[in-house]
Each structure stands twice: as structure tokens, then as C-alpha cells.
Design a protein around this ligand. Structure first.
Ligand SMILES: Cc1cc2nc3c(=O)[nH]c(=O)nc-3n(C[C@H](O)[C@H](O)[C@H](O)COP(=O)(O)OP(=O)(O)OC[C@H]3O[C@@H](n4cnc5c(N)ncnc54)[C@H](O)[C@@H]3O)c2cc1C
Length: 489
């Protein structure tokens, strides 16, 4: 069997780690594709500044479901990288851990072939009337160079970044903050810098600036002005009420769906087990960044339990999400998703301390109610407008876009050419809630032309309409394990 793994980040390396466990691996010829910069590490864990930390304690994030400490043990066993505070290691260290497996397999197995190039096209060239499907994978526009496969794993990670103010290509506009160590290459110490977005990517830039340009003031802005929450003491928890058994029971009485409201009630019952005051946790933000960060630091116990419960929702989102009707999925995105988002992927407490210090000494300014951004070509400055400022713009020299990646196929541009081509050749189709259509249980791609593609599987954020909020390392590893298991058994 000829197999292509497109993308060698967390999903790609995890798929490979699963495949090698099976005897059938010996009958396969596997090609792994990625660009040389990300190969084996992926985008979040690429080589970058050591200030960018993983958002889960190092001994709880690994490529081995059966051993959550595997990454930490790998870190301790090597001598190349050592850090004083290894509780949250830099993200690139996780990248090196992943890459060590790719390199090991590459040395060990002659049927594995690494191709350090990006894929530009995947197409199906079945003869008219023929139903046997083979996949043609290309790295250039020369069709003679395309290779043919029986199975394809699409593991290309996130779509490109949003460009909400249409500034891509403008001088002084930095479309993505990564890698942060080259983001500020052309910035001089007198420049006024604005970061658009107050999520995790903007925290990455702030951490980098604090360490390498400690006197450079920065303004961070978004519509809400809310920063991510701070990680509390997250205990290990299991659900008692929000379980597949209870869901199956409800589905059998409700035309095959679980009404969102009933799921919310089950979640509230879980919160009640721990005496959580859910309302005050949800509405705890005052809009004043220092107060909000200090509140989270003071309430680590109850916040940690709430975060653990929400994390567990995310981990089980495959069956929870896919039990809802379409209307309820939309309602969830409208009314509840922001609560999940605001309280998941929390920042480590030491990042919160750094933010508080920066805001208090005037180097970091957090602004809300951003309205619009224009580039004034004559002055070569960015004019940023806020709702309350009566048309008087704030002026900046450099704008760093930290608004996060796109989720819907309708927003794609030339930076997402492979996905645009896949859609155009009718291999994939848009899911109404984001990403592409796949079968939730098997990750098989659903093509508008060929129906279910039995041997083409998609992973990661490209599947966000189905895999809602399930893009963390541990969740991707679980998917890789179960997909390979189903494929080879
Ligand atoms: C900034 C950031 C930080 C994060 N931190 C954490 C964290 O600390 N803990 C956690 O659990 N999760 C974290 N996440 C979530 C993270 O997205 C996942 O954990 C995981 O890395 C996603 O894996 P992936 O394989 O889908 O994507 P990636 O790991 O990014 O891999 C995708 C790969 O596909 C390649 N690729 C793309 N297009 C092509 C093409 N056309 N041809 C060939 N190759 C291609 C890319 O170069 C890349 O190497 C973070 C996400 C971001 C954005």
C-alpha cells in the first residue's frame, strides 16, 4: 500500500508513530511531505524564541496517550537543551521531541521516504465509470512529477491568518507573528507598535518583546480587550453525568439528537459536584486587565476546576458536538463558545505576572473597542480607530497581526492554495460551521464528487466544523491512534 502523509507536525508525526506499531506497516511505502522549516515540528512547535511556552505542564503533554510524561522524560534524558524552570518548557523543545521520532523512523525504516517539499495539489484521476480511487499528490505544476497513492493523510495544520483590515502586503504590517524572533527584525526602538488581537499569539509577542526589547512599549488591542484566563490548579476529573451512556439514552428519545439545553444542564450538574458558582466564574471579567489577571491568580482552586471541566468537554467534543442538531450547533457557537474559548488554553501564571508588571510600569497597554485600521501612504503610518474616540485615530508605525487563523473555506486566499485546489477539484467541500466535511468517527473526507473517500483522512484545524475546539496535542494524538486502528484492523 502506498501512503502519503501531507504535513509533518503533531498530526503527521502521530500518524506515523501509530502506523509503525502494526505488522502491516512493513507492506507499506510511506512518503511524508512538509517544508524543511516545519518538517517534524509543525507550526506551533517550530524553532522560535524560548519565551514561547507550551500551555500545558510539560509532564502532561506527550505524543503517547499511555504515557503523558513521555515528552518530559525525553527532555530529561537529553543534554542539548536545559532550562531552569521546566514546568512549562518552550514550545520548540516539544518540536524537537516530535522530530526525534521522525528522524528515528527515517533511520530505521527503508520504506519511509521524507520529501522536504510542500504539496500543491491532490487530485483523483479515475476513468469514467471507474470507482477504484487513487490519489495523485503533486509538489509542482508538472503533472509528470505527481506520485500516486492508495491512502492519503491530510495533516496540514491551521489555515492561514485572518487579515481583518485588508492590510496584507502593506509595508510595516506583519501578517503573522511567527517566528517571533524574526518578527521584529525591521522594527527600530522608536517605532510605535500595535498588536491586533489579545489572544495567545499576542501573548507570545509580548513575552518575546519583554525578553529582547525590554524598553519597547507596545499597545495590544482587540474588540473585547479581554486577555486569556490564567491557568488555575487543574485537577484530574472524570464526568459523572455528561457521558456517552446518558447521551445515547437522550438520543433514543429525541430523534437522534441531544438538545443543547439538556447538555448544558448535565454540565451544570458536573459543576455542582464541586460547588462551583458558575455564573460568577463566567461573568468574572471586569474589563480591567490587571484586576482580571489578579482575580484569576487569587482564585486558582475554583478556576482550575472550572478549566478542567471545560478541558474535559473539549476532549469529549467529538461525541458531544456531533450529537447536537445543526440549529443547536449554531446556537452553541453563538451563546456558549466564547465561554469555552475564554477559559481554555489558559496562560501559565508566570506569564500573568509578566503582564501585570508590564501594564503597571506602562510598557504594555491593553485597549478595547478597536473599530478600524487604515494605512496612510503619505505619512507611512497606521491609523487605528476606536469606538469611543470620535474619529481621532491613534498612530502607529508597525502593526502585528495576532488575530489567529481562518476557520472557513470561504475566507481562503493564495496562502491556502492547496485547500483551494482541493475544493476546486471537488475532493473536499466546506462544512457549514468551518473547515471541511469529514466523518466524525473515522476522519474520512467526504467529497462532493466521489462521496466518502475511504482512504483519505483529514486532521487538525482543517476539520474544525466537526472537530469543534479539539485541536490540542492530546486530542490530535487520540484521533491519530483511533484512525490508524480503524484503518488497519
Ligand atoms: C501558537 C500556537 C500554540 C499552540 N500551543 C499548544 C500547546 O502548547 N499545547 C497544545 O496542546 N496545543 C497547542 N496548540 C494547538 C496546536 O495547533 C496543536 O496542538 C497541533 O500542533 C496541531 O497539529 P497539526 O498537525 O494539526 O498542525 P501542525 O503541527 O502545525 O502541522 C501541520 C504541518 O503541515 C505542514 N503543511 C502545511 N501545508 C502543507 C502542504 N501544502 N504540504 C506539506 N505540508 C504542509 C506545515 O508546514 C506543518 O508542519 C497551539 C497552536 C498554536 C497556533
Amino acid at each position: 500500500m502506498r501512503v502519503a502523509i501531507i504535513g509533518a507536525g503533531t498530526a503527521g508525526v502521530s500518524i506515523l508513530r501509530e502506523l509503525v506499531k502494526y505488522n502491516k506497516f512493513n507492506d507499506m511505502a510511506i512518503d511524508v511531505y512538509d517544508n524543511p522549516d516545519h518538517l517534524g515540528q509543525g507550526v506551533p512547535f517550530q524553532n522560535d524564541s524560548q519565551e514561547l511556552l507550551i500551555n500545558i505542564p510539560s509532564d502532561q503533554m506527550s505524543l503517547n496517550i499511555d504515557n503523558p510524561r513521555e515528552f518530559y522524560e525525553w527532555y530529561e534524558s537529553q543534554n542539548e537543551f536545559k532550562f531552569d524552570n521546566p514546568e512549562y518548557l518552550p514550545r520548540f523543545i516539544f518540536g524537537h521531541y516530535m522530530k526525534s521520532y521522525l528522524e528515528k523512523y527515517n533511520d530505521q525504516y527503508s520504506n519511509l521516504n521524507i520529501i522536504s517539499k510542500e504539496v500543491t495539489e491532490v487530485f483523483i484521476n479515475s476513468k469514467i465509470g471507474e470507482t477504484d480511487i487513487k490519489y495523485h499528490v503533486c509538489t509542482s505544476s508538472d503533472m509528470k512529477e505527481c506520485k500516486i497513492y492508495d491512502s492519503v493523510f491530510l495533516a496540514i495544520g491551521t489555515l492561514s491568518y485572518h487579515d481583518p483590515y485588508h492590510l496584507k502586503g502593506t509595508q510595516g504590517y506583519i501578517q503573522t507573528p511567527y517566528p517571533t524572533y524574526s518578527t521584529l527584525d525591521d522594527v527600530n526602538d522608536k517605532d510605535r507598535i500595535a498588536i491586533i488581537g489579545t489572544g495567545l499569539a499576542s501573548l507570545d509577542v509580548i513575552r518575546y518583546v519583554a525578553a529582547h526589547h525590554p524598553n519597547l512599549p507596545i499597545s495590544v488591542m482587540s474588540r473585547s480587550g479581554n486577555l486569556p484566563s490564567v491557568r488555575g490548579d487543574m485537577p484530574e476529573i472524570e464526568f459523572k453525568f455528561l457521558t456517552p451512556q446518558v447521551f445515547n439514552e437522550i438520543k433514543s428519545q429525541r430523534f437522534g439528537n441531544v438538545p443543547l439545553q439538556e447538555a448544558i444542564e448535565l454540565f451544570k450538574k458536573e459543576c455542582k459536584r464541586f460547588n462551583l458558582d458558575v455564573q460568577s466564574l463566567i461573568h468574572r471579567k471586569s474589563g480591567k486587565p490587571v484586576e482580571d489577571l489578579e482575580y484569576d491568580l487569587r482564585h486558582q482552586k475554583e478556576l482550575g476546576i472550572f478549566q478542567s471541566l471545560l478541558e474535559l468537554v473539549k476532549e469529549n467534543m467529538n461525541w458531544i458536538w456531533n450529537s447536537f442538531s445543526h440549529q443547536d450547533q449554531e446556537k452553541f457557537l453563538r451563546e456558549y463558545h466564547h465561554i469555552l474559548k475564554a477559559n481554555s488554553n489558559p496562560m501559565p501564571p508566570r506569564t500573568a505576572q509578566l503582564m501585570i508588571k508590564g501594564i503597571k510600569n506602562g510598557l504594555i497597554e491593553i485597549k478595547k473597542n478597536i473599530k478600524d485600521v487604515y494605512y496612510d501612504e503619505k505619512e507611512e503610518k497606521f491609523n487605528i480607530y476606536f469606538e469611543e474616540d470620535n474619529e481621532k485615530p491613534h498612530i502607529y508605525d508597525v502593526v502585528i497581526n495576532a488575530t489567529g487563523s481562518k476557520t472557513h473555506l470561504k475566507d481562503l486566499d493564495h496562502d491556502d492554495q492547496l485547500v483551494i485546489n482541493l475544493q476546486n477539484r471537488q475532493i473536499v467541500q466546506a462544512h457549514p460551521l468551518g473547515g471541511i466535511q469529514i466523518i466524525p468517527e473515522t476522519n474520512q473526507v467526504i467529497s462532493p464528487r466521489y462521496g466518502t473517500l475511504h482512504r483519505m483522512y483529514a486532521f487538525g484545524q482543517l476539520t474544525n466544523g466537526v472537530n469543534q475546539s479539539r485541536n490540542g496535542v492530546n486530542m490530535i494524538v487520540k484521533q491519530a491512534k483511533s484512525v490508524v486502528e480503524q484503518m488497519l484492523n
